[in-house]
Design a protein around this ligand. Sequence first.
Ligand code: ADP
Length: 181
Amino acid sequence: MEVTVNQKKLILVQGDITKQETDAIVNAANSRLAGGGGVDGAIHRAGGPKIAEECRKIGGCPTGKAVITSGGNLKAKYVIHAVGPVYRGGTHGEAELLKSAYLSSLEIAEQKGLRSISFPSISTGAYGYPIKEASQIALETVLDYLMEHKDSPLQEVYFVLYTPFDYSVYAETLRRLAEHK
Ligand code: ADP
């Protein structure tokens, strides 16, 4: 499924983000940039040790922010490591922090002049963010960004959803948001 905003595309696909050929892929990292399970583990396994080495040099990243490394052996040239919040009931600023993790990634991509980027569903695995709410924040943040940054070099923003269920939730949310724009 895809929608076009300012001639830029937001595209939903189901699959494995490590296989994406966009300029950058985004990692759902932890604040120590220490690697872990889920999409983080998959990216480090596929990308090789160079990414972890660069993460070690950077040292860490606060929740709600992002940092960039090379893509190592991945097809993507860069990995943007975004740190989403751990979900603790929704009353600890989680929504703002999740939005900020997406925005921070988009800003880094724009600064680097990247044309395409792929996001996973940040925080909805081990970090426990309910996916319906998270999908609304993720998609709204990207749609607003594309609307407000007409001159950004970013032309394609992918969401790569790992399971058919996750894809269906994102697709339903995007349908709803697109109707109201
Ligand atoms: P977090 O700690 O931010 O919740 P997780 O990696 O545990 O991060 O989960 C985030 C999302 O990434 C989950 O929806 C999970 O299904 C998904 N995921 C896991 N592996 C991959 C992959 N190879 N490609 C894309 N998404 C993935």
